[in-house]
Design a protein around this ligand. Structure first.
Ligand SMILES: C[S@@+](CC[C@H](N)C(=O)[O-])C[C@H]1O[C@@H](n2cnc3c(N)ncnc32)[C@H](O)[C@@H]1O
Length: 128
C-alpha cells in the first residue's frame, strides 16, 4: 500500500487503496442510499471513480451514475480506468453543480467535506 509514502496529498492511487480497505463501509453507504436498478445518482468529489463504478453496477443499464470532481487529473484517471455505458465523469465544483434540482434520485459525497474550505461548508445561518 502506498500509504508509507503519504505526504499529505491525496492522490488517485492512495484513494484506490483506501477504497479496498473501506469496501464494507462503502457498500453500506450504497444500501443506505437505496440504490436500486434504474435509479440515477451523483457522486460529488468522486476522485478516481471507484465508487461511481460500483454504483453503476447496482443501478444497471436502465440507471445512470455521474461522478463529478473539480480535479481534472482525477476525472482523467476515472475515465481511463472505469468505463460503462451508464457511467459518466465530469469536471465540476460542488459550489456550482450543473444539474437541475431533482435530477438525481440520490447523491453522495465520500470524504469530500473534510477537504473543503470551512467557509464553503458553513451555512449562512451558522455564520454569525
Ligand atoms: C479525499 S478525496 C475522496 C475521493 C472519493 N470520494 C473517495 O472516497 O475515494 C476528495 C475529492 O474531492 C475532490 N474535491 C475537492 N474539492 C472539491 C470541490 N470543490 N468540488 C468537487 N470536488 C472537489 C478532490 O479533487 C478529491 O478527488
Amino acid at each position: 500500500m502506498s500509504i508509507k509514502n503519504f505526504k499529505g496529498n491525496v492522490d488517485a492511487s492512495y484513494l484506490k487503496e483506501m477504497a479496498k480497505l473501506l469496501e464494507d463501509i462503502k457498500d453500506t453507504s450504497y444500501q443506505m442510499m437505496n440504490l436500486t436498478p434504474g435509479t440515477t445518482t451523483l457522486d460529488i468529489g468522486c476522485g478516481p471513480g471507484v465508487d461511481a463504478y460500483e454504483m453503476a453496477k447496482i443501478v444497471g443499464k436502465e440507471g445512470k451514475v455521474i461522478g463529478l470532481d473539480n480535479d481534472p487529473e482525477m476525472i482523467k484517471d476515472a475515465q481511463e480506468n472505469f468505463i460503462a455505458a451508464n457511467l459518466e465523469f465530469t469536471i465540476g465544483d460542488v459550489k456550482n453543480l450543473p444539474f437541475n434540482d431533482g435530477y438525481f434520485d440520490s447523491v453522495r459525497a465520500d470524504k469530500l467535506f473534510q477537504v473543503l474550505p470551512p467557509d464553503l461548508i458553513l451555512t449562512r445561518s451558522s455564520k454569525k
